[in-house]
Design a protein around this ligand. Structure first.
Ligand SMILES: [Zn+2]
Length: 470
């Protein structure tokens, strides 16, 4: 009789425990938040058309993240415009609050700070990582820890990075590490005083990670714009967003029981689209997908505890997937092997080296090699004339005139080349700025079903906060 009673009590207790634990359903312990800067729905679609076209069939070949089971559409307007900039959109995606364009982490009064989900997570003892392919104090990453009346207050945003107490930062560099009057010790010293170890490049990260409490991973030789190289230009050993994501996961998992919140920005999709650079844009899309793949591999090992959300802050370039002829021909973009920036710099360097104006034959050879013109990409007579005429107008005016605004002269030729390739691909960039189009959201993992339908950009961080319990 006694043993029967005992068994009954144990059974009741076990049932009670099951009911209790089911009631307190735990949200995701590991959260990845990927923001493709400038990644509208057509940026995603274009990358998929490109892949199919290269393989020789009509339709799309999916990216890794477009396989994710939950998708929705995101509305991006800011507090004072239908067309948002990156800081107002970043603030919305970080805090759930709309603000004016150019304002970072403050309400439209430019005084009242908003609380971001990264700050909420940090307060709860969750480990936090912020990464980007541009400078670490740029609008999107800055929106998660910075609070400044203008996004261009780079130095002050850099100071706020050190004050955040977050565990990991990864990006190309600080934009403005020192003030012109040296009024403080600079962003690097501030970071070190706040307990950050500064690593330069992925290998340096690996050497320093174990002995570091907090990490600031920067590029070894960042370019003068303080960005990582475009994927299309990246050389062996240069840092990528996938490297930063990998390092961030490694660093977060030094203390797995705390869980983590991680924001990773594909910051150069936007820049490639601002510059209407078709080849650089598609490669940035694949590069962003690669970084997400790193998170997806982590998800496969921690399925029940991981949430991955991918979205964008706005669309850039008003990218149209047609040139008006009921077809695209995106495969030609595979023959562009350097960005417009790199092509311009290369021509300038060549000109300086020979100390003279490049001949049309020399320029033609470069266009052939780096855009595939004539050999691999057939051009009409009008397109060839356009390139030749741009050369004559900008190069053929004599060395004295070339000195003034040399960059502009060369970039005019580069612009013409990129426009001709865009035409050949039968797509079109409508503008060199942002647009008010929808952006997509994709999600997988614990709570991912929340990210469907049409939602405002301010709803995304609130959903993450609720799910993760920040
Ligand atoms: Zn942006």
């Amino acid at each position: 009789m006694k043993t029967v009673m005992k068994k009954r009590v144990i059974l009741i207790l076990a049932t009670l425990l099951m009911v209790l634990s089911a009631g307190a359903k735990k949200g995701p312990k590991y959260v990845f938040y990927f923001i493709g800067d400038g990644m509208g729905t057509n940026q995603v679609m274009g990358a998929q058309y490109y892949l199919a076209d290269v393989e020789g069939f009509y339709g799309i070949k999916k990216l890794g993240f477009t396989e994710f089971p939950y998708t929705g559409l995101v509305v991006t307007y800011s507090a004072n415009s239908d067309v948002t900039d990156s800081s107002a959109a970043g603030t919305a995606l970080a805090s759930g609050q709309k603000t004016d364009n150019n304002v970072l982490g403050l309400l439209p009064d430019r005084k009242t700070p908003v609380e971001t989900i990264a700050e909420m997570a940090h307060k709860k003892g969750v480990r936090v990582a912020i990464g980007t392919s541009v400078c670490i104090d740029h609008a999107t990453p800055g929106s998660f820890y910075g609070h400044r009346p203008h996004r261009n207050n780079y130095h002050e945003i850099g100071t706020q990075l050190s004050e955040s107490g977050f565990d990991f930062f990864g990006g190309a560099d600080f934009h403005s590490p020192y003030t012109s009057d040296n009024s403080d010790e600079g962003n690097y010293v501030q970071a070190e005083k706040a307990g950050y170890t500064i690593a330069r490049g992925y290998d340096d990260y690996k050497a320093k990670a174990a002995g570091s409490d907090k990490m600031l991973l920067l590029e070894k030789n960042p370019n003068s714009d303080h960005y990582l190289s475009y994927a299309i230009d990246r050389k062996e050993g240069e840092l990528s967003l996938a490297d930063i994501t990998e390092a961030a996961i490694d660093f977060m998992m030094k203390d797995p029981k705390k869980g983590f919140f991680m924001m990773m920005e594909g910051g150069r999709i936007d820049q490639a689209c601002h510059s209407n650079d078709p080849g650089a844009y598609v490669q940035e899309m694949f590069d962003f997908d690669k970084a997400i793949k790193v998170a997806y591999d982590f998800y496969l090992k921690h399925k029940k505890e991981t949430l991955i959300v991918i979205t964008a802050d706005h669309e850039t370039g008003a990218l149209a997937l047609t040139a008006g002829d009921y077809r695209t021909n995106m495969k030609v973009l595979q023959y562009q092997d350097m960005s417009k920036d790199a092509f311009t710099a290369m021509l300038e360097k060549k000109g300086r080296e020979i100390g003279d104006i490049l001949t049309w034959e020399e320029v033609e050879a470069e266009l052939k090699q780096h855009f595939g013109f004539w050999d691999k990409v057939r051009l009409s007579q009008r397109q060839t004339d356009r390139l030749r005429n741009t050369y004559v107008e900008t190069f053929g005016m004599g060395p004295g005139e070339l000195k003034e605004g040399e960059y502009f002269q060369v970039s005019k030729l580069t612009d013409a080349a990129a426009n001709v390739l865009t035409e050949a691909a039968q797509i079109n960039f409508g503008v060199g700025c942002h647009s008010g189009s929808y952006v997509p959201v994709f999600a997988i993992g614990a709570g991912a079903e929340q990210f469907t339908g049409q939602m405002d950009n301010t709803e995304i961080p609130m959903k993450i906060k609720k799910l993760a319990g920040y």
